[in-house]
Design a protein around this ligand. Structure first.
Ligand SMILES: [Zn+2]
Length: 93
């Protein structure tokens, strides 16, 4: 079972992104915190300037498109269905 998510946890470079979403990257003095998108399974990167001093904090979760229930099921039958009868607009036969 996965460890429970702790939204207040700080992630460090090299940690694995636990869940896709928007994270704030907090640097050591040289830059204001800013938001980044991280995808589950990726590693949080080192900062070019403050190296391993950067930390990442979960802001809000954004499910990856492949993790969305409605977007991962079998192709909807409606796509295979023929377009509506072209008779629309014509009188009854
Ligand atoms: Zn930095």
């Amino acid at each position: 079972m996965d460890a429970p998510l702790d939204r207040r946890r700080a992630y460090k470079p090299g940690d694995t992104v636990p869940i896709s979403g928007v994270y704030s990257a907090v640097h050591l003095e040289h830059r204001e915190p800013h938001e980044v998108v991280a995808v589950r399974g990726e590693e949080f990167p080192l900062c070019r300037v403050c190296q391993a001093e950067v930390t990442f904090h979960m802001e809000h979760l954004v499910p990856h498109m492949t993790a969305d229930f409605d977007l991962t099921g079998p192709p909807p039958e409606t796509l295979k269905r023929k377009p509506r009868a072209r008779a629309a607009g014509k009188g009854k036969e």
